[in-house]
Design a protein around this ligand. Structure first.
Ligand code: PHE
Length: 330
């Protein structure tokens, strides 16, 4: 028996202990088998035989129970140790977010113009025909009004397709001189590598008395601005058309990727188109009741700037919330 007591005392796991219980007290355990022998023991020896067996059974049972308590305690301690959490441990690698490149670019541009004394104006995202089109000299048949480009609502309101309606709202509610920018979200029915149905623009409008504001002023402000944003680039004004400006121009910078040699980003032209601008059309002043005024305006796509500054190939990746992209802007 001492041999079994010893085995029990030396058991190192609950499984081992359970096996020892089966070996001793189980159906075919040594003690059970001993008890079975009772039948064949002569009557006069039965008493001492039984006493002895019961004593051994008690010894084994006690040993098993005591050991079980010890092993269970050990197992619990092990588990507690393994699952221990040090709540005081400081995590040095705090994983914090980063400013989205579109927001960062927008903030940079806003700051630049605030430093030049431009006020920041805002307007609603849901616009009406008058502010988004009519007052901006966009005649009824203009292709920009096509269902292809504009999200129309059932009540004849629409999602603004550009930030230019803020020009109208500002002129209707303020007197000259006006010197404002309007950053904001705009919407168009378009989706490919360079278009998303929602994107951001920054509009600028400067208006003062007649002959006070010229294309030359516009040109100066834009050349300074674009060189601030893109470094030592050439700036080119290309004649263009916008209903709300006359004359109008599209503005290109020399390609920041190929430095004139021609690459895929600039379609081998050496130039990148970055914004639209012009001298405020007389019809726009008429629509807001302004007389004898002069002004210039321009509008730019913030995503386009962010993509050129950070060399991002697919506009859509800016709106996929993929932390592998965003993590690069910490
Ligand atoms: N609103 C024009 C667009 O969305 C940009 C623009 C603004 C052009 C102001 C000229 C003047 O394309």
């Amino acid at each position: 028996m001492t041999q079994w007591i010893e085995k029990i005392a030396n058991a190192t796991s609950l499984e081992e202990l359970e096996n020892l219980r089966i070996d001793t007290l189980g159906k075919k355990g040594i003690l059970t088998l001993e008890f079975a022998k009772m039948k064949s023991v002569p009557n006069e020896e039965k008493k001492s035989f039984a006493e002895n067996l019961n004593k051994n059974k008690t010894l084994i049972t006690d040993a098993l129970e005591n050991k079980k308590i010890i092993l269970e305690k050990e197992a619990l301690n092990k588990k507690l140790e393994a699952e221990k959490i040090d709540v005081t441990k400081f995590n040095n690698e705090l994983s914090c977010g980063a400013t989205h490149p579109v927001v960062e670019t927008m903030d940079r541009i806003i700051k630049y113009f605030q430093n030049l004394n431009f006020a920041v104006e805002e307007g609603p995202l849901v616009e009406d025909d008058f502010h988004n089109f009519e007052a901006l000299n966009l005649p009824k048949y203009h292709p920009a009004r096509d269902m292809q480009d504009t999200f129309y609502n059932k009540d004849y309101t629409l999602l603004r397709t550009h930030t230019s309606p803020v020009q109208i709202r500002t002129m209707l509610s303020q007197k000259t001189p006006i010197r404002m920018i309007a950053p904001g979200t705009v919407f168009r029915r378009d989706f490919d590598i360079t278009h998303t149905p929602m994107f951001h623009q920054i509009e600028a409008l400067v208006v003062d008395d007649a002959d006070k504001v010229s294309f030359a002023n516009l040109k100066h402000v834009l050349v300074e601005f674009l060189q601030h944003m893109f470094g030592d680039v050439e700036v080119r004004f290309r004649p263009s058309f916008f209903p709300f400006t006359e004359p109008s121009a599209e503005v290109d910078i020399s390609c920041v990727f190929c430095k004139g040699e021609g690459c895929r980003v600039c379609s081998h032209t050496g130039w990148l188109e970055v914004l639209g601008c012009g001298v405020v059309d007389e019809n726009v002043f008429k629509a807001v009741g302004y007389e004898n005024k002069s002004g210039y305006a321009f509008g730019l796509g913030v995503e386009r700037f962010a993509m050129l500054i950070h060399n991002i190939g697919d506009l859509r990746s800016l709106f996929e919330s993929d932390t592998r992209l965003l993590g690069q802007f910490k």
